[in-house]
Design a protein around this ligand. Structure first.
Ligand code: NI
Length: 171
């Protein structure tokens, strides 16, 4: 089921999430399936639980946009263990549609997380995958990519969003 994606301005996006503690349930599998479906429908490569209004430490990522099942990744209670290097590239967010800006991120990350069964795993990501992991992880701490751009650009985007909201084009 496609869920509604929460847009910038909703406090749920700027609230730190709680750890997920129940694993291996039908509800969790359904939630993960819904998150992938919602993300593919919106054309994104990552989605975090708070973006569908749920304050839990859960993200899904698929840098192949649904092309390669091996690239479907689920991260529960993720922890970034190592970051290395840097990359600068354009970033967007399904909760801030229509706005993209260059963001500096680590080029490589090692992350530890749990899967839907509660099993712990570690994975190394580079380039786009590293960017997606870091972006989605930020969501779990209530941090949006706007935090990583200049104050001037951030204010400009906020102003444009305010106008859209006043016209009823942002909800
Ligand atoms: Ni995002």
């Amino acid at each position: 089921m496609i869920r509604k994606i929460v847009k910038y301005g909703d406090p749920v996006l700027e609230t730190p999430c709680d750890p997920l503690e129940e694993f291996d349930t039908e509800e969790l599998q359904q939630l993960v399936d819904d998150m992938f479906e919602t993300m593919y429908d919106a054309g994104g490569v990552g989605l975090a639980a708070p973006q569908i209004g749920l304050l839990k430490r859960l993200t899904v990522i698929d840098c192949s946009c649904g092309e390669d099942p091996d690239e479907k990744l689920v991260f529960i209670n993720p922890e970034i263990l190592v970051t290395e290097g840097k990359q600068i590239g354009e970033e967007g967010c399904l909760s801030i549609p229509g706005f993209r800006e260059d963001v500096k991120r680590a080029q490589k990350v090692i992350v530890r997380a749990q899967d839907t069964k509660g099993e712990t795993f570690e994975i190394e990501g580079e380039d786009l995958l590293a960017r997606a992991i870091l972006h989605e992880n930020d969501h779990l701490d209530g941090i949006l990519f706007l935090r990583h751009i200049s104050a001037l650009k951030r204010e400009m985007i906020k102003r444009k969003i305010r106008k859209l909201r006043n016209k009823g084009e942002w909800d």
